[in-house]
Design a protein. Structure first.
Length: 157
């Protein structure tokens, strides 16, 4: 009896795992929209440092070469990250959670080669991004717009 119960429980767990891995049609649509919207775009905006709000916000740019869902809530961002005296190009696997139809990049104490270790929550909605970030001993806000490839190329003319 115990063996039979364990077998049934194991089968139920496998069914739950396989259905959890499959995307609904709505998720498939949202994922495709996010990939399409962000691949080849630039997040252009500013960041602040808590306690230094009186000084002006500093510029930042995230040039997103490609963005692709790689499974299990993770997304591969191939990006050029430019802020302060940093300018690096990295492939980064980032967790993205969803608040309804809104993606939220969710990073907890993640090491970024050449940049440091960060925690962040960044929401992307309607061609804008906004969020909170923190490093080892400081943090602040970040915000800006999503510039699509056509807009970006026209801005550089």
């Amino acid at each position: 009896m115990l063996l039979r119960s364990a077998t049934i429980l194991a089968c139920l767990c496998l069914i739950n795992l396989s259905s959890a891995a499959e995307l609904t049609s709505e998720q498939t649509k949202l994922y495709a929209e996010l990939e399409s919207s962000l691949s080849g775009s630039t997040l252009a905006g500013h960041f602040t440092v808590t306690g230094q709000e009186a000084s002006s916000a500093k510029p930042e740019r995230y040039e997103l070469i490609s963005v692709k869902h790689v499974g299990d809530g993770n997304w591969m961002f191939v990006a050029r990250i430019i802020y302060g005296d940093h300018d690096v190009k990295l492939p980064i696997t980032l967790p993205v959670k969803w608040a309804g139809d809104t993606p939220v990049i969710t990073v907890d104490k993640m090491a970024f080669p050449g940049l440091g270790t960060y925690t962040a929550r960044v929401m992307i909605y309607n061609d804008h991004y906004a969020g909170f970030w923190s490093g080892a001993d400081h943090g602040g806000h970040l915000y800006g717009t999503v510039e699509h490839a056509k807009e970006t190329s026209e801005a550089t003319k």
